[in-house]
Design a binder for this molecule. Structure first.
Ligand code: MN
Ligand code: MN
Length: 456
């Protein structure tokens, strides 16, 4: 069964709104290729709209627009509602980390006249997709004196780019016998960064030349890599995809497409009955662990601060009640049905590009292992909100039973006794260097998120 297509319902005015929104999203996706860049972009956007850091506040009242940032890698944006926070919030939670290749701690080496960076991939990548494509390097280098050097090379059209080389087909007969997971191995994802020696006779002269450049442009010494967070990502801007421009091709839709639509929903919905929140989190692709992942107590800490600001005091019971009474959408992408790989999908329970925001009642693997199986009562409430607001929505599973599996942050927030369900945008070629989404789905997710935070 093919789902109802969203495109046919837009009049000229809606279509213009949709396209304008997608241009804004393309700018976000093109600019933000690391968690830190997402947080920085979000802070700049919301401060222009009058949002204040909660650290600068003495009290809170309905209609206040506030935010909190955790270690430059998470952000929570709130519009305070008419009801007390203890009554619960309406939260949109998305992740802003994406699969990529990280630079190791001791990365720079020279091999037969090439300077190379040793790397360690982050998240679930198909390794053979990352060779021979233009790459950029984004991140920070933290110096011993406390200075943080921002690095971004490869995005400006005049910048050099980086690459991971691959074997020519003429000599690849033996390599082509290997299975897909072995054809490019983890340790072979090293990045070529130079080939020009200072002096042909000198030992490691190519590496020394690169170090000289790093010193000159960034004041970085080789030891500074130890305290760096450098991410190798595909270079270039997000682009319209298809002759009809109906889709967007770009790096990191998972999950920045849901992060941006969630953030904009909170900004554009204005003051609601309940306090609304966009929660953008790190480390989802590696298990949501650590201080900046969804498992961190940070979200609860921020709620505790809000309760304190709203009431002039704080007690634990207020926080527990707030969590129990919270409605959340785990805003994360779904695997879109791909006619080239129809065998892995079960058509009646798959999502299709252009058919709208997708709800996953559960994810997980095998017998739903590791999933957050959302309450049907909660799904019924959300169905009503989507229908009442003429939102195109569909439901999906991640592929056929026993073919594979996956997870999101839904169960982690569910563990805090919130009502949670996964809801997001269908993606083609998920986790590949270039992923594809439908503009209609981006817009339906944005409108669906607005309806949810206003009415849940
Ligand atoms: Mn995701
Ligand atoms: Mn993912």
């Amino acid at each position: 069964m093919y789902k109802k297509n969203a495109w046919s319902k837009y009049n000229d005015q809606e279509m213009k709104k949709l396209m304008t929104f997608c241009e804004d999203y393309k700018d976000f996706l093109s600019t933000c290729k690391t968690e830190r860049e997402c947080v920085k972009y979000s802070v700049e956007l919301i401060e222009k709209l009058g949002f204040k850091n909660i650290n600068s506040l003495k009290s809170l009242k309905a209609g206040d627009k506030v935010y909190a940032v955790n270690r430059d890698k998470n952000i929570c944006v709130f519009v305070i509602g008419d009801e007390p926070i203890e009554n619960g919030l309406n939260v949109l939670g998305a992740h802003i980390d994406s699969p990529r290749i990280d630079i190791k701690q001791n990365p720079l080496y020279e091999s037969e006249g090439y300077a190379m960076l040793d790397a360690h991939y982050y998240g679930g990548i198909v390794k053979y997709q990352w060779v021979t494509i233009r790459l950029a390097i984004h991140g920070v280098v933290c110096k011993k004196d406390g200075k943080i050097v921002n690095v971004c090379i490869g995005e400006n059209p005049d910048d050099p780019v980086l690459v991971i080389t691959d074997l020519l087909p003429h000599l690849a007969a033996e390599k082509m016998q290997k299975s897909g997971d072995k054809v490019i191995e983890g340790e072979d994802l090293d990045i070529t960064v130079g080939s020009m020696g200072l002096d042909g006779e000198e030992k490691e002269s190519v590496k020394k030349a690169i170090l000289k450049l790093l010193k000159e442009f960034y004041d970085i010494d080789e030891e500074d890599f130890v305290s760096a967070e450098l991410e190798i990502v595909p270079e270039g801007k997000a682009r319209d995809l298809g002759l009809d421009r109906s889709m967007i091709l770009g790096y990191g839709h998972d999950d920045r497409v849901c992060a941006y639509t969630s953030l904009r929903a909170v900004l554009d919905a204005g003051k609601c009955k309940r306090t609304t929140c966009a929660f953008l989190v790190d480390k989802e692709e590696v298990g949501s662990i650590g201080a900046t992942g969804a498992h961190s107590t940070w979200f609860q800490n921020v709620l505790a601060e809000l309760i304190n600001l709203q009431n002039g005091n704080y007690n634990d019971l207020m926080l527990r009640r707030a969590l129990t009474n919270t409605y959340m959408l785990s805003s994360d992408v779904s695997a879109a049905y791909d006619p080239l790989y129809r065998g892995v999908f079960e058509k009646n329970n798959a999502c299709f590009l252009g058919s709208g925001i997708t709800f996953n009642k559960y994810t997980g693997a095998r017998g739903k292992s590791g999933c957050n199986d959302a309450m049907p009562e909660y799904m019924a409430k959300i169905r009503k909100i989507m229908d009442d607001n003429n939102i195109n929505y569909q439901t999906a599973e991640l592929g056929k039973v026993d073919v594979g599996g996956g997870g999101t942050i839904a169960y982690i927030m569910g563990n805090q006794n919130m009502n949670v369900i996964d809801a997001g945008v269908p993606v083609l070629s998920m986790h590949a260097p270039q992923e594809a989404v439908s503009k209609a789905d981006v817009y339906e997710a944005y409108m669906g998120y607005i309806a949810f935070i206003k009415e849940a």
